[in-house]
Design a protein around this ligand. Sequence first.
Ligand SMILES: [Zn+2]
Length: 343
Amino acid sequence: MRTSKSRGKIAHRRSFYTGESFRWLMDHARLRGDARLPAATGDQAWLESEIFRRITNSGWWLAHPLGIASVQIERDNSLTIHLDGCFRAVDTAYPFSLHVVHELLPHLGVDGEFWGVPGLRVNTVNGRDLVVSLVDSPAKVTLCSVPAAELQGIPRNRWKHQIADLETMLNHDGLPHFWNSPTRTAAERDFAVQAPLTSACRRELAWLGSALLRRAALLHTASTAYNTKNLLKGDTWHIEFFTRHGVPVDHDRLLKRLCDPALGLPIRVIDSSCACNLSKEHGTLCTFNLAGEGTERPALRLAFSHHRYGDEELRMKLADVGASENWLDRVLPKQPAPQPEAA
Ligand SMILES: [Zn+2]
């Protein structure tokens, strides 16, 4: 019989990857002996991967890497994503849920371009939770919006209002939306037909997008980057990390966690280029290509950019959107005040 001590050890390790609370894991999670993180398959993996791809490609200033504070793997193996409350673009902060609604809900844009995740449906809206599903599928993801009310001048996240606002805007422009349709619409079917390569790549790499999303907290707990960008380009996921001058890049720590045989991904480094030993006077770039089991084709590319800039203003921007002081002290430590010149 598994003791509470060993269950506690597994819970502690898993929370490092997902951000799930220790208490929740001990009370609700199936903490298996091999400590593996439950994987999503089929439609569930595809839905998670599409959500990950669309909501994390902004490059804005956010309290957590990619705007995801933590995830929670439910007992039915569906996923709850705890989102940041807001993001900052240029000098203004907005609710992050506003971005999520526009990126996920399927509709046509003014140029006729398909927008959102084909087949995604709004299941329920319940206070802070937006539950989305797929047509003709049991796949389910809950997007939980962290209130941003305590952040001055930023309106509260209100899924219902933001969805209604998008609907009003589309109706005004005479553009169709599909997130309430009971069946898959012609526009959604056409998207897969008109962009077969794109659709096929996204299906093929869904296991990886979902697996990365389920380990989103690693980007916060095992990385020293103050900014992280994510992009699915062709048939490769690209994640770029930006580290400030004077802060160790420490990519080996993240890679070790990511490739951990128990909690990590079934991937390995196939080639790399490390510039850490070069002069720190200038920016450096280290890159790693990783491939899945039984293949030499890179599915994931990690790039670590080490920059000289990263001033106090940057720290303030992140603090303004709710970044914790502990994290900021790690990724953007305060610079010592300049000493006054001797008279
Ligand atoms: Zn390096």
